[in-house]
Design a protein around this ligand. Structure first.
Ligand SMILES: Nc1ncnc2c1ncn2[C@@H]1O[C@H](COP(=O)(O)OP(=O)(O)OP(=O)(O)O)[C@@H](O)[C@H]1O
Length: 332
């Protein structure tokens, strides 16, 4: 069954048309991630699904039910925000219980659900603490716990990890992936962090300027992007885009991922190393060509390349992509 269906969804704020012709079907148990540059409409789309914003046109269906005009509390969703949105005067237990109490759920059921969620999220030692007495990571776990106890048909996450430091972000990311497996629920997740998108998503929806550019599994989008925008958006460091010159037809752009380039004695590309990033596990070289293009090369492991050195590069032709001048993918 379809957990979520968006049909021709539109959203305008006054004259500004923020979401344009959004069509999407999400299956039960699917983890869907919306990505795209700042201002592309990711959060607005999530808020339209939640009912926190009204769609200006189109339909929102959750679990086969048309909820386009249904208030948020009656949509069968739970939302987790970047800001946690916890009640400061309530302890952890109180924060998790509130929604259920308001819905008139029995005490025993509430206690059971809180115990289960607290165990899943290792929150048992903190149930009597208030949000101010918790770390950022613990607060976010409480916000996730509050979403879980409601047993929603659909979980919505709006950049839930953005306020956490890098190590905690990774730990919580792994935890969210585990919760998704254990709960078997449908999750829709907004992020601008492409690592989160790549590691969590069953399918990624790439948005640009209020429209869907491409929908696919992380590896489909990475290996077979429909256009230069998607190719450049996923991958870190980003794909190199070079004027194809002698390597292709006039006007064509060649897309080469940094890990598909290598340093050779003689090769089709030459340049001077303008910067070296030593990451321990990887070494990134920034190479400036005579045409003043910068090429990023990602080498596995540690290398003693020096800034200012002239080097030659070769690349895996089978994995290079071609685009026309408008950024459309050219397929052989
Ligand atoms: N209440 C509002 N009134 C007017 N314009 C709005 C409103 N909310 C959002 N917008 C505009 O809609 C566009 C999309 O905003 P949205 O927050 O959905 O983007 P986003 O992709 O989530 O960006 P970010 O990654 O920066 O959070 C932006 O141009 C924003 O200025």
């Amino acid at each position: 069954m379809t957990a979520l269906k968006l049909e021709n969804v539109q959203k305008s704020f006054g004259d500004i048309h923020v979401l344009k012709d959004i069509d999407l079907e999400v299956a039960e148990r699917e983890f869907i991630v919306f990505v795209g540059p700042s201002g592309c409409g990711k959060s607005t789309l999530l808020r339209v699904i939640a009912g926190l914003e009204d769609a200006s046109g189109g339909r929102v269906m959750i679990g086969g039910r048309d909820v386009t005009r249904t208030p948020p509390a009656k949509r069968g969703i739970s939302m987790v925000f970047q800001s946690y949105a916890l009640y400061p005067h309530l302890d952890v237990e109180g924060n998790m219980a509130l929604g259920l109490r308001q819905a008139g759920e029995e005490r025993k059921v509430i206690a059971e659900r809180i115990a289960t969620a607290a165990s899943m999220l290792s929150l048992e030692p903190y149930l009597k603490r208030r949000p101010a007495e918790l770390s950022g990571g613990q607060r976010q776990r409480v916000a996730i716990g509050r979403a879980i106890v409601r047993k929603p048909d659909l979980f919505l996450f709006d950049e839930p990890l953005s306020n956490l430091d890098a190590a905690l972000r990774m730990a919580t990311r792994v935890e969210i992936a585990r919760l998704h497996r254990e709960l078997g629920a449908c999750m829709v997740y907004v992020t601008h962090d492409q690592t989160e998108a790549m590691t969590l998503a069953d399918r990624i929806v790439v948005l640009r300027d209020g429209r869907i550019e491409q929908v696919g599994s992380p590896m489909e989008l990475y290996n077979d992007p429909a256009n230069q925008f998607v190719a450049g958006f996923l991958g870190s460091p980003s794909m190199n885009f070079l004027a194809a010159g002698p390597l292709g037809a006039p006007g064509e752009v060649l897309g080469i991922r940094p890990e598909h380039l290598g340093v050779v004695a003689q090769g089709p590309l030459r340049g001077r190393i303008s910067h070296v990033e030593r990451l321990g596990g990887d070494t990134n070289l920034l190479v400036t060509t005579p045409q003043d293009e910068t090429v990023t090369v990602r080498l596995f492991g540690q290398h003693d390349h020096r800034m200012g050195t002239e080097i030659a590069l070769d690349f895996d032709r089978a994995r290079a992509l071609s685009f026309d001048a408008a950024g459309k993918r050219l397929r052989p």
